[in-house]
Unconditional design. Structure first.
Length: 86
């Protein structure tokens, strides 16, 4: 017997891509006077190359890092990241 999966409309497929909303992130960073990527990386406790890769969409942050980034910027993970088509 084969299990069927009707799929919840709100469920995110495992291959979905998530990316940083740069316009939202940069606006929040400007409000906090953290404009340089190196300073942004330092704020979140990560290396500058990691921050460059997140901004470029080459690296997905872990859930704890995404939550820390959102908290550091005074917003939610949902506001800071968006799902894009695979």
């Amino acid at each position: 017997m084969q299990a069927s999966c009707n799929g919840d409309a709100s469920a995110t497929p495992s291959d979905a891509k998530i990316r940083l909303r740069l316009e939202v992130y940069d606006a929040l960073a400007n409000q906090k006077n953290v404009r340089h990527v190196v300073a942004q990386a330092r704020l979140h406790g990560i290396g500058r190359q990691h921050m460059f890769n997140i901004r470029a969409g080459r690296h997905l942050p872990s859930l704890p890092l995404a939550m820390r980034m959102a908290a550091d910027m005074g917003t939610t993970v949902d506001a800071l990241f968006e799902q894009v088509a695979p």
